[in-house]
Design a protein around this ligand. Structure first.
Ligand code: XMP
Length: 519
């Protein structure tokens, strides 16, 4: 596949650059800015993008390129730091600009942009998005200034002969007018890349690779009920002999209501013949008895899950098999496999390393077919393969499940109450057309009882908190602006239908300072 490679120097929007270009239909990969270009990429490489960075190019420890720009021979686009890197490497100079240019800024052409494809069909004076403190002092020899910002700073440069271009603004940010068109111009016109990235092609390539690597051997996949493992199961069933696809589902008793039945029913419909369900809820509730500390709960659940994972795979009697995992592209990058140590690696503190996974990884028997996909691409893939919309659209759900939504001690009784209340909440959101507008919505059972009246009697019942947030990636989140009428009606429905709950409150805190989950 024609590939546009993004060299990530740790800028906040490096991921976005890749996302936007993929949305246009071009295939992208991201690697740490300073690393060498992997040889497997070289033959299909059509263009390189140098990302932004928290560094200044004149800092001694500023990240550098692993290759010589002047002789690379394929088109290069530098964005922000990327442009300044080009300037410095070609002998120009960059200095601190005094005042930071941040936010919207008009961009005016100098007349030299005409024959350069990057700004093809982009109107003069368009509004770009800037975020920089450093400015170009002297452009290198053999470069032209293509555009200036409204503050008269250099906004775009280009080499006179080589296809090396720099822009100061961020076309990947949605506030940048014509940003998508500019990226399209770079990939399509400047690099001549073909838009050959789509779900059908992914399925075709993945099936070919899986058949070659796995053949008639057995594959084991642990399914959780979440989107990723469900889509992966569907993909394996599609590409391989379903008889060889072993699906293992460990029911912790801490899943959402009816989740187990729904997921398994769907996979059966999609051809799964080897579904192994283990109801381990007794062991989980027993292990959680008397435990109130959230981290302790997480640890207990994680440890028990891994123990069961090993017990159950042993029971299946599989020898010499592959283990499939629903790792996504963002997981690879977050765990530091994709981004070098200089970038701000956001390591998910939630993920525990499973010995089974590590063991099979070492043996070269781990397969992660979704690891080049983003979440929305995984959803597209699921749709294409016929997975039910209810599963595809499901909100994220934490590994420890309802245990971190039952504050304080977790019991089977409390889990039952929470499942009922949560399911009323979620079903109502769906009926009212609100579910799809929310990143994550769920109910939390609080460890307090509060007084209420029912008929003539006063009684102490549980308090339930409702949470609904909007977010792009879960790293930050805003409170969903709930229509009051819906909120009041849903709350009344919960207290009417779940007798153990006497009061409902709505959580109005954003992240930060709060987190999405309550524990
Ligand atoms: P927080 O609560 O940290 O959550 O704002 C951010 C995202 O991560 C999910 N989350 C978890 N996922 N294991 C997981 O697999 C966990 O222990 C865990 N805790 C939080 C949370 O649901 C949200 O999507």
């Amino acid at each position: 596949m024609d590939t546009i490679l993004i060299l990530d120097f740790g800028g906040q929007t490096s991921q976005l650059i890749s996302r936007r270009i993929r949305e246009l239909g071009y295939y992208t990969e991201i690697i740490p800015g300073e690393t060498e270009i992997p040889s497997k990429l070289k033959s299909n490489l059509k263009g390189i993008i140098l990302s932004g960075s928290p560094y200044s190019v004149y800092q001694e420890d500023a990240p550098k390129l692993s290759f010589d720009l002047a002789s690379i021979g394929i088109p290069v686009l530098g964005i922000c730091y990327g442009m300044q890197r080009i300037v410095k490497d070609f002998g120009g100079t960059v200095k601190a600009g005094g005042k930071k240019e941040y936010g919207r800024s008009k961009v005016f052409f100098t007349g030299r942009e005409k024959d350069r494809g990057l700004l093809h069909n982009i109107p003069d004076g368009f509004i770009s998005w800037m975020s920089h403190g450093d400015i170009i002092e002297n452009i290198p020899r053999n470069f032209d200034v293509l555009a200036l910002s409204e503050n008269h700073h250099v906004a775009a440069i280009s080499h006179r002969e080589k296809r090396i271009i720099g822009i100061q603004f961020h076309p990947e940010v949605t506030h940048c007018q014509y940003g998508t068109e500019i990226l399209d111009n770079f990939a399509g016109i400047v690099c001549g890349a073909r838009k050959n990235w789509n779900v059908e092609l992914f399925i075709e390539n993945t099936c070919r690779e899986l058949r070659k690597r796995v053949g008639e051997m057995k594959v084991l996949l642990l399914i959780s009920g979440g989107v990723d493992s469900s889509v992966l199961a569907t993909l394996l069933l599609h590409c391989l002999n379903p008889k060889n696809v072993y699906l293992l589902y460990i029911d912790t008793g801490l899943m959402r209501k009816d989740e187990t039945e729904e997921v398994l029913g769907n996979l059966e419909r999609l051809g799964a013949v080897n579904i192994n369900v283990r109801d381990a809820s007794d062991r989980f509730f027993e292990a959680l008895e008397g435990v109130e500390d959230p981290e302790e709960k997480r640890r207990i659940i994680g440890d028990l899950f891994m123990k069961l994972e090993q017990e159950e795979t042993a029971k299946l009697g599989l020898k010499n098999y592959f283990l499939a995992q629903g790792t996504l592209y963002t997981d690879m990058i977050e765990s530091g496999k994709g981004v070098g140590n200089r970038a701000q690696v956001i390591k998910s503190h939630h993920n525990v390393r499973s010995p089974l996974v590590e063991e099979l990884r070492e043996k070269g028997k781990l397969i992660e077919p979704l690891s080049i996909l983003y979440k929305d691409e995984v959803r597209k893939l699921g749709r294409k393969l016929g997975l039910h919309e209810r599963i595809i659209e499901r909100h994220p759900f934490p590994g420890p499940g309802l245990a971190v939504r039952i504050l304080g001690e977790v019991t089977r009784e409390k889990a039952g109450i929470l499942k009922d209340a949560d399911s009323i909440y979620i079903e109502e959101l769906k009926k009212r057309g609100l579910y799809g507008k929310i990143w994550q919505a769920f109910a939390v059972l609080l460890p307090v009882r509060s007084v209420g009246v029912r008929g003539d009697s006063r009684g102490y019942r549980y308090v339930l908190a409702l949470r609904a947030v909007v977010s792009k990636d879960g790293m930050t989140a805003d409170v969903f602006q709930f229509p009051t009428k819906d909120l009041l009606e849903i709350s009344a429905m919960i207290t009417n239908k779940v007798p153990e709950i006497g009061r409902v409150v709505y959580d109005v805190s954003s992240k930060p300072p709060a987190t999405i989950e309550w524990e």
